[in-house]
Structures are given as structure tokens and as C-alpha cells.
Design a protein around this ligand. Structure first.
Ligand code: DP6
Length: 339
């Protein structure tokens, strides 16, 4: 009998948070203060192959065809340690990943990266985890990765337990729920590379921003209203809530000491252009949001897309626009091919 192949390939996509995760009540366990809500995106993906190999001297991590050393490789190894403990294996692993989009630019490669790694590492080690367990595991690599396990619209429940058992993501609405809704991702030229991991930056907000407490008090109601607006496919409620949340996220970042500023002048002009686009009519037609990066996601409906793109033509410094839709969750690829 041939030995089992001990290799698996997974794909996972980034997600964009509509209600942000920003601040942990327990850093070691990756437990957030508030529940968050996101859309898993189509077209963008990380593809990761994990192969356990007793002949390797130590773990090997290859990203976009280049061997990686340093903090990123250490984070992968620490994550593999969790899987080794779960599967009771001691072998090193080779992890080969490719992204079809730029890293550390605000397109959340840590979310797709750890979601794909959680799937590939556990499957190749012979573990069969539920979506919920995969989400809990992915969370320990990167908080936002807990949501990329699922497709469509996803809620990550903060939970209450100190041990984190009740802290995981759940699918909220299918990717096909609102066919009119599109996400135009505006890739901003000269977007600076992220210097500090969000996981670290957010904790300085917790300890220094005078606005953080008020944010935590406001999030649960906003999340409930957003969920309901989405369920009803109500743009009048949905777009303003997305903007309100993004503005509050930016406010707690800007009031952090030292301030966290992720935007460029082009990003800021884009936000202003969307506000003007909405003010021009009685009814809101779009919403912007951004994460800890300079690129801006603009949600709109298909019927407003042409007018919106015309408006955005006036903003200088937008290098490319990706047109994305809600997409599928993490999935295993049938044949472990080249990542
Ligand atoms: C602003 O969990 O992605 O995107 O693991 O350090 O990359 P790192 O942190 P991560 O932080 C996400 C912060 C956010 C908001 C969100 O996605 O909810």
C-alpha cells in the first residue's frame, strides 16, 4: 500500500470588513472586543499547498515563488505548531503559497493566507475540521482570517468565554444574496507598504484612543442594523451604515497615539467624491470602506455603476479598479497541483 500523500492544496479569498475588527480583549487567544461582519470576495485568492516532509531540516515557506525568512516565516511556523499539536505530528512542512494580488497593501493577504493555510495544513495532516473549527484555528493566525473560511457575507462572533470556544465566524448570507451589489476596489497609486501588523496597531488604539470606548458601545447596534439592511437589500439603510462604520474606524485610528494614518491624498479624495455622489441625489447610491491600507472599496449597485465611474474619473491617482462581487469560502482543490 502506498503511504498517504500528506499533502493538500486550499484556496481562500480576502474579505472586506463592513463592521471592523479592531482591538483584542485577549491577544494570546486572538479574542476580539467586538463582533465583526465582512464580505468574502471573488476573483482574488491565495492558493496554498502544505506538504509534511520528515526529510526537511525545518519548515519552509515559499510565497509567490520566493523563499521567505523572518517574521512572516516565523508566523507560519508558529501556526504549523498549532496544527502539529492537534494532529500529533512532529514533521516539518513545506508551505507553498501564491497570491494573485499585492500583499500588505490593504487587500488583506493575511486573511486569505491564514484561511488557506488552516485548510491545507489540517487536511494534509489528516484532520477533518468543521468550518467552525477551521475558523477558530485560522483566527489564531490572523483575526480576519476567521471570516475568510466562509463565502458570501460572514459574521465573526466575538463570544464571551475567556477560552474562546464561542469565538468563530458563521456564514450570514449567501454570495448570491444581492446580485445588484458590486464592490469596486480602487487601487491607489503609491500606497505605502504596511509597517506594523494590524494585530499590533489595533492594541495601541485600545490603550490610547479616547474614542475607543464609545466605538465599542456603538458597534452592536450598528451590526444588527447592517445585518437587517442587507437581508432586506435596502440601499438606503445599507450604504450610510457602511460609511458610518468606516468613518468611526478611521476616527479611532486617527485619535490613536501616535496616530494611525493609512490613507493617501487619493484615498481621501475618493471618500469625498463618494460623499458628493450621494449628496447629489436624495438617495444614497454608494458607500466607501477601507481597512488598514490606502485602497478604497466602493460598494454600489449595478445601475449606478456608470455614473459612479464617471465621478471617479476626476480623482487623480487611482491606478486600477477591480470589480469584485461576493465570492466563495475556503475550499480544497481536488488535485494538489502547483500552488
Ligand atoms: C482593519 O486580523 O488582518 O482589516 O493579522 O495583523 O493582519 P493582521 O490583522 P487582521 O486585522 C484586520 C483589521 C481590519 C478590520 C477587519 O478586517 O475586520
Amino acid at each position: 500500500v502506498a503511504p498517504p500523500r500528506r499533502e493538500a492544496t486550499f484556496e481562500a479569498a480576502p474579505n472586506i470588513a463592513l463592521i471592523k475588527y479592531w482591538g483584542m480583549r485577549d491577544v494570546a487567544r486572538g479574542l476580539p472586543y467586538n463582533s465583526s461582519f465582512s464580505v468574502t470576495l471573488d476573483r482574488l485568492r491565495t492558493r496554498t499547498t502544505v506538504r509534511w516532509d520528515p526529510t526537511l531540516p525545518s519548515d519552509r515557506f515559499v510565497l509567490n515563488r520566493a523563499p521567505v525568512a523572518g517574521p512572516a516565516a516565523d508566523a507560519v511556523s508558529r501556526f504549523l505548531d498549532l496544527v502539529r499539536a492537534m494532529a500529533k505530528v512532529t514533521d516539518p512542512a513545506q508551505v507553498v503559497s501564491t497570491n494573485n494580488f499585492p500583499e500588505a497593501s490593504g487587500l488583506a493577504s493575511s486573511a486569505s493566507g491564514f484561511a488557506a493555510l488552516a485548510g491545507a495544513a489540517t487536511a494534509s495532516a489528516g484532520l477533518r475540521l468543521s468550518g467552525r473549527d477551521l475558523s477558530r484555528l485560522a483566527r489564531l493566525g490572523s483575526g480576519s482570517a476567521s471570516r475568510s473560511i466562509f463565502g458570501g457575507f460572514v459574521e465573526w462572533r466575538a463570544g464571551r468565554r475567556p477560552d474562546g470556544r464561542d469565538c468563530y465566524a458563521v456564514p450570514a448570507l449567501r454570495a448570491s444574496h444581492w446580485p445588484e451589489l458590486v464592490d469596486l476596489v480602487l487601487l491607489v497609486g503609491g500606497a505605502p507598504k504596511k509597517e506594523v501588523r494590524s494585530a499590533l496597531a489595533m492594541q495601541t488604539t485600545v490603550t490610547t484612543s479616547p474614542a475607543y470606548r464609545a466605538r465599542l458601545a456603538a458597534v452592536p447596534k450598528r451590526l444588527a442594523r447592517l445585518r437587517s439592511a442587507l437581508r432586506r437589500r435596502d440601499p438606503r439603510a445599507f450604504f450610510p451604515l457602511v460609511i458610518e462604520e468606516c468613518d468611526e474606524f478611521r476616527h479611532v485610528c486617527e485619535t490613536t497615539d501616535p496616530p494611525l494614518d493609512y490613507l493617501t491624498s487619493t484615498s481621501r479624495e475618493t471618500l469625498a467624491a463618494i460623499r458628493a455622489f450621494n449628496d447629489a441625489r436624495a438617495e444614497p447610491r454608494a458607500a466607501y470602506t477601507h481597512d488598514a491600507g490606502a485602497h478604497v472599496h466602493v460598494f454600489t449597485l449595478r445601475r449606478h455603476e456608470r455614473a459612479l465611474r464617471e465621478k471617479l474619473e476626476a480623482v487623480r491617482g487611482i491606478e486600477r479598479i477591480l470589480r469584485l462581487r461576493p465570492g466563495p469560502g475556503a475550499r480544497r482543490l481536488a488535485r494538489a497541483g502547483q500552488a
